[in-house]
Design a protein around this ligand. Structure first.
Ligand SMILES: *Cc1c(COP(=O)(O)O)cnc(C)c1O
Length: 357
């Protein structure tokens, strides 16, 4: 491993094993996995770990990430998971095989863009099921599906939904039964067989693995659970998965015994109103060279004996129990999804992968 800090150490073997485990368990329920790479800035190495773990294809919210994976020689089916912008339809049909959609005017333009380069672009219509992020209201679904079927160079591949992302609405058996029923209704209505019924994301795992039968749902789009080994409703570790495939490492640049409470007249700090810590006398305070430009410090779990007090743009301030940390020593943190996403997309954080995958 490199000694440059700050860095994120990526264990590709653990990512691959997480993917393999979920792919195998879900296959037993008749569900395929689209690996969602958006937290990894389209890293071709991580994409390769997903694919060697058996995912059916890769999904990302950003066309630039899809492009990076393809330039990194990744060959699979690519899904754009965020509804396309009108301004990017040409790139969407070039760099993805299909996309999740909820606006007919956009699908119209995708059809035109696909026609121009002689391709057929797959459309998965997203259905609003209560979380109130993207989706067509069920009432309007038949008419939308009919419109898609009538367009050239696009193919209605199926329907999908996304829960627990904005409103925190849980993907339970009732919601999934409703999506299954919508699929059946649409097939009758359009006469088209829907090949993909995509039930959701990592928040769907408790439902999918409960052995209660998945109806028509035959696909999930999984990111966080593969990367961090946790389901996302309560962030519980999933049995048999690694929760430590990623580690964020930062270096100590100051270490002193100092007061626990700031002194002087207190106004706003760099990021607004500061907390008012209790006066606990002198404590062991250290500064690590990692800040908000590097990753979301609220999402870092420190090792035992180290407590995070706060962060500014470039500094993470920690307290230690026993003795001050040595200057130049390194501290390793476990990131949550937010810290992972921010570290992977920060230009300041070195990405270091284990060699063998
Ligand atoms: C991010 C995203 C996913 C993956 O979500 P995870 O919680 O990381 O599994 C799936 N579908 C859509 C539409 C998304 O935006």
């Amino acid at each position: 491993m490199s000694t440059t800090a700050p860095r994120i150490e990526i264990n590709l073997t653990k990512v691959q094993q997480n993917a393999r485990s979920l792919v195998t368990r879900l296959a037993a329920q008749g569900i395929s996995v689209t690996g969602v790479t958006k937290a990894t800035l389209g890293s071709p190495e991580i994409a390769r770990a997903f694919l060697s773990g058996g995912v059916l294809g890769l999904g990302d919210s950003r066309v630039s990430n899809l492009k990076r994976m393809q330039q990194g020689n990744i060959k699979t089916r690519f899904l754009l998971t965020r509804s396309p912008m009108l301004s990017e339809v040409d790139a969407v049909v070039r760099y993805s095989n299909s996309s999740l959609n909820s606006e007919l005017s956009t699908i119209n333009r995708l059809s035109g863009a696909a026609q121009k380069i002689g391709r057929c672009h797959g459309i998965i219509l997203m259905v609003e099921m209560g979380d109130l992020r993207e989706g067509i209201l069920p009432l309007n679904l038949p008419e939308s599906a009919r419109a898609v079927v009538a367009l050239p160079n696009v193919q209605l591949e199926g329907i999908g939904c996304n829960l627990a992302c904005y409103g925190g609405v849980q993907p339970d058996a009732a919601k999934m039964a409703e999506l299954s029923a919508l699929a059946e209704m649409l097939e009758q209505h359009t006469g088209v067989d829907l090949s993909v019924i995509s039930g959701g994301n990592s928040a769907n795992l408790a439902w999918a693995l409960s052995n209660a039968g998945c109806g028509r749902i035959n696909n999930l789009r999984l990111g966080e659970s593969i990367l961090l080994g946790r389901e996302t409703l309560a962030r519980q570790a999933i049995d048999g998965l690694h929760t430590d495939a990623f580690t964020i490492v930062a270096e100590v640049i100051e270490s002193k015994i100092k007061p626990s409470k700031p002194y002087g007249h207190v106004g706003q700090a760099a990021f607004g109103q500061p907390d008012t810590p209790l006066d606990r006398g002198d404590i062991c305070r250290s500064i690590l060279a990692i800040g908000r430009q590097d990753c979301d410090s609220d999402g870092l779990s420190p090792p035992s004996g180290v407590k995070i007090l706060g962060a500014s743009s470039d500094h993470l301030i920690v307290e230690t129990d026993s003795e001050p940390l040595a200057i130049g020593s390194e501290i390793a943190f476990q990131p949550n999804y937010s810290a992972l996403l921010s570290a992977m997309t920060s230009a300041f954080v070195y990405k270091v992968t284990n060699a063998h995958c």
